[in-house]
Structure formats: structure tokens, C-alpha cells
Design a protein around this ligand. Structure first.
Ligand code: SF4
Length: 488
């Protein structure tokens, strides 16, 4: 019997964000709030979770595999995480075993005192740096690229931990939204291009940091602002200090946060994710309308775009597919025959709504195309007379190396096939994707991709990688968790 992993056939065939981060200081219930914050960020990582707290004299560490509630649902565990400050991390594993030594936050004792780190993103020169550090005698405890930062901090010659962290981050390339906890401060920092999100909030005077604002809503905390690209904030007894230690770079926020990763109720980069997704549906209807009877979302992620599409096209919106929310990662892999049913465990056609109708199916993206194929055939079996598929993002043609789990390029359907070939493969009467300019318009760039700043990172849709892929160019596999296979 095997527990499900995201790559088994019941997977929803999506790209997956690899991590969510949270931090709070100056609050007597810091670890309880961290657990709640991580729970709200559960969509960003479901394989493991961890919290490190500090009570003024001692750091407390607790990490576990599984969902946040599996480890932190127990009040006794929270009670042991004493202190007025805490940081937390949710992790999504891509390959290999999720072993506890690879679960964050990382905690180390340095000559400057304790340091805990929680990282969302991926360093693109981690292999190169790690090899150099190992050569100098560094002993690595995990296979995380984040541990490279820890060693760079430990060997820095600067006097304070924030200065050492800056020194370390100046040596790395890649995408990072990082939360650190020392014995005197909570630190949040975003890479110079701001690829991954990080927001600042306030809970009755206690500074809070999180990947997304939905983590503030669950606590009743106020959203203050986005941490800006290249900004470091240090929250301690003296209040919140904002530093700009890095060479400025053009902003390149991950556009896939809007397409799929972020929760629709979050505000990221000053935009409500739900609104942007609805706009994507409207743009899609303008660009590639088709004669049909109803608009049906592939739930749940296709819902906002389908609402926007239906509104713009003047067509009824109907739930022609019902999703079973109780197919979780705890489902035990059944026999081959049952596994063959695949997606039906998760989605079922609502026959009463689709029979005898021409259906426009709306989804946010197509990765390998496996789920789309099954859903289309389900629509036809339920009596749909025509099935037209509209995708609320451009074709996903390239892998991500900035902290998102993507299949290799060869596995991406759009990297192998033209749109017409994909339509035949999936079995639809017609298929169309949102254009890159349409995506930018939906995200507020009225003139399209190159019209005005900020531009987004859209490398998985265009192949335009804004941050150098140092490890990859040096012949290394460049994904964060591929370091699991690292051998010096
Ligand atoms: Fe986001 Fe795609 Fe860029 Fe990765 S490559 S950061 S998923 S836009």
C-alpha cells in the first residue's frame, strides 16, 4: 500500500508551488498564530510543515510530515513552542522521499546566536555554491538549497546576523522570499526581482509576514503592504526597519501566482487574485469566443475565469462538473483497476446540466493534458453535443526553475504539440489559449506585455528566463529539490 504522491495518476495535472512561509513577532500566542497562518497557506505545500519559536532565552523547533494539522493540530505541540516570536514553513515535495531533515524552517546555532530560516523559491546557483562550500569543509545536514544560505551566513565576516544574511544573499542567484528569526528580530526579504510573493501585516501591533494575505485574514490581522522586490525588513524592539541592500533589478513577479498558485481571496502585488482570474476569463472570451450553450469551469481553479468568460460572452455559467473535495493525499492507492478510473475520483460530470448542450470548458492551464483528456471524455459520455476548451493562460511550454514544481519540458503538452494537435489529443471540438498580451491586460497592463513596468516573470509561458540559470548552464539539474540527489 502506498500513500499518494502528487505524481501518481490521481494528480490534478497542475504546476505546484513549492512552499509557503509565515512569521510573527511580539505576540504571546506566536506559535498558535503561525500554525493558523500555515493552515491558510496549505495550498502552497502539503507534504510537510514546521515551526520554530523563540521565547527570549531558547529556540523551540517542531517539524513534521503531512498537513499542518497533522503536526500542529495537537494543542500540546503548540504549548511546547513557547515564545513571543515564531516562523513557519509549508513544503511541497517533488521528488524522492520527504525526509524530516529536509523540512523547514532550518534552525542552526551560529556564533551570533540562533538562526531559523524559511524559504519559498529556488536558488539557481545552489550547486555551484554548495560544491565550493563543501570544498572548504562545510558539513551539510540536508539536501536543501536553503542550507547553502545558512553556510554562507555562518562563514560571513560581518558582525550582525542581518548583515551576514545580506552578505549571503548577495552571493546567491535565484528566486527567494525568505523569513528569518534571530534572538532579537523577525526578518523578511524578497529577491531583487520579487519573483515570489511576501506580504507584511499587523496583528494588534505585532508585525506579521506571510506568502499571501489569506494568512492574515485567518488571524484577523491587517494587511499593511507587499514587501518590495529587493527589500529586507527587520522587525525588532526598535520597530520595523526597511533596508535596500541589493543592486536594484527590474521587477519580475511570477505571473503564475495570478493564474493558479495564490488563493483567490489573497491580495498579491496590490491585486485581488480572484479579480485578475475573472479578467483572464473576460479577455479569453474577447479573444476566442465560440458559439455554445453553457460555460462550465473545471473546478475549482477554473471557476473565476469561467465566471468572467460567461459574463463577457453573455452565456449561462453552470457547474457541469462537480468536484469531490474529499480525495486527499491520505487516500490509499487502490488496485490497478480502480486507479484506471483516475480523475473520476475527483471530478464527475453533472449530466443534468450538460446533456444535449454545446459546452465551453474553462480551465486555468494545461500541463501534461492528462486530466483535460479525461474530463472531455467525461463531458461527452454525459451527453454534451460539442466540447470547446478555453484555457485562461498561454500554453505552458517551459519548465520553471524559480521554486515551482514543473515536469520536464518533454512532458509539457504545449512543448510537444501545436494547438491543433493538442485539440486532437484532448478530444475537443476546438481549443484556444489566452494570449500573453491578454494575460498582461488581465493583470492590469492595459497595453500588453512590454507596454509598461512592471513586467512579470512569464518564463514557463515564453521561455524568457529573467534570472540566470547558473546550475543548469553548468550541467546540473536545476530544481530546488533535485539537491535531494546531490552527491559531491
Ligand atoms: Fe512563475 Fe512560470 Fe516564472 Fe516559474 S517560470 S516563476 S511558474 S512565471
Amino acid at each position: 500500500m502506498t500513500r499518494f504522491t502528487p505524481h501518481l495518476p490521481f494528480d490534478d495535472d497542475k504546476l505546484h508551488e513549492e512552499c509557503g512561509v509565515f512569521g510573527i513577532i511580539g505576540n504571546d500566542s506566536a506559535s498558535a498564530h503561525a500554525a493558523l497562518g500555515l493552515h491558510a497557506l496549505q495550498h502552497r505545500g502539503q507534504e510537510a510543515a514546521g515551526i520554530v519559536s523563540f521565547n527570549g532565552g531558547q529556540f523551540h523547533v517542531q517539524r513534521g510530515l503531512g498537513l499542518v494539522a497533522d503536526t500542529f493540530g495537537d494543542p500540546n505541540v503548540i504549548a511546547q513552542l513557547k515564545g513571543h516570536a515564531a516562523i513557519g514553513h509549508n513544503r511541497y515535495a517533488t521528488t524522492g522521499e520527504t525526509v524530516l531533515r529536509n523540512v523547514q524552517p532550518i534552525f542552526v546555532e551560529t556564533v551570533m546566536g540562533g538562526l531559523a530560516l524559511a524559504h519559498n523559491g529556488n536558488l539557481t546557483n545552489a550547486h555551484v555554491l554548495r560544491r565550493e562550500l563543501v570544498r572548504k569543509g562545510a558539513l551539510f545536514q540536508s539536501t536543501l538549497d536553503t542550507e547553502v544560505i545558512v553556510h554562507l551566513v555562518a562563514t560571513s565576516t560581518y558582525e550582525t546576523l542581518p548583515e551576514r544574511l545580506i552578505d549571503a544573499l548577495k552571493q546567491v542567484t535565484g528566486a527567494y522570499s525568505l523569513i528569518a528569526l534571530t534572538d532579537s528580530a523577525l526578518i523578511g526579504v524578497r529577491d531583487p526581482m520579487g519573483v515570489r510573493p511576501l506580504v507584511l501585516g499587523d496583528l494588534q501591533g505585532s508585525p506579521v509576514l506571510a506568502s499571501e494575505t489569506c494568512a492574515f485574514d485567518i488571524l484577523g490581522a491587517d494587511f499593511v503592504r507587499d514587501i518590495e522586490p529587493g527589500e529586507m525588513v527587520v522587525a525588532g524592539e526598535a520597530g520595523i526597519e526597511s533596508l535596500r541592500p541589493f543592486t536594484p533589478a527590474p521587477e519580475r513577479f511570477c505571473v503564475f501566482e495570478y493564474i493558479y498558485f495564490a488563493r483567490p481571496d489573497s491580495m498579491v502585488e496590490e491585486r485581488n487574485v480572484y479579480d485578475v482570474r475573472k479578467n483572464m476569463g473576460r479577455e479569453l472570451a474577447r479573444e476566442s469566443g465560440v458559439s455554445a450553450d453553457i460555460v462550465v469551469p473545471v473546478p475549482d481553479s477554473g471557476v473565476p475565469a469561467a465566471l468572467g468568460y460567461a459574463e463577457e460572452a453573455g452565456l449561462p455559467f453552470d457547474l457541469g462538473i462537480i468536484r469531490n473535495h474529499y480525495v486527499g493525499r491520505t487516500f490509499i492507492e487502490p488496485t490497478d483497476h480502480i486507479r484506471h478510473l483516475g480523475v473520476k475520483l475527483k471530478h464527475n460530470a453533472n449530466r443534468g446540466q450538460v446533456a444535449g448542450k454545446r459546452v465551453i470548458l474553462i480551465d486555468d492551464s494545461i500541463v501534461r493534458g492528462t486530466t483535460s483528456t479525461k474530463i472531455v471524455s467525461m463531458m461527452r459520455e454525459a451527453g454534451a453535443t460539442e466540447v470547446h476548451m478555453r484555457i485562461a493562460s498561454p500554453p505552458n511550454t517551459h519548465s520553471c526553475f524559480y521554486g515551482v514544481d514543473t515536469p520536464s519540458r518533454e512532458e509539457l503538452l504545449a512543448a510537444r504539440m501545436s494547438v491543433d494537435e493538442m485539440a486532437t489529443f484532448i478530444g475537443v471540438d476546438s481549443l484556444a489559449f489566452l494570449s500573453v498580451d491578454g494575460l498582461y491586460r488581465a493583470a492590469g497592463q492595459t497595453g500588453g506585455r512590454f507596454s509598461n513596468a512592471p513586467q512579470y516573470c512569464d518564463a514557463c509561458l515564453t521561455g524568457d528566463y529573467p534570472i540566470p540559470l547558473v546550475d543548469r548552464e553548468g550541467g546540473h539539474d536545476a530544481n530546488q529539490l533535485s539537491l535531494l540527489n546531490y552527491h559531491e
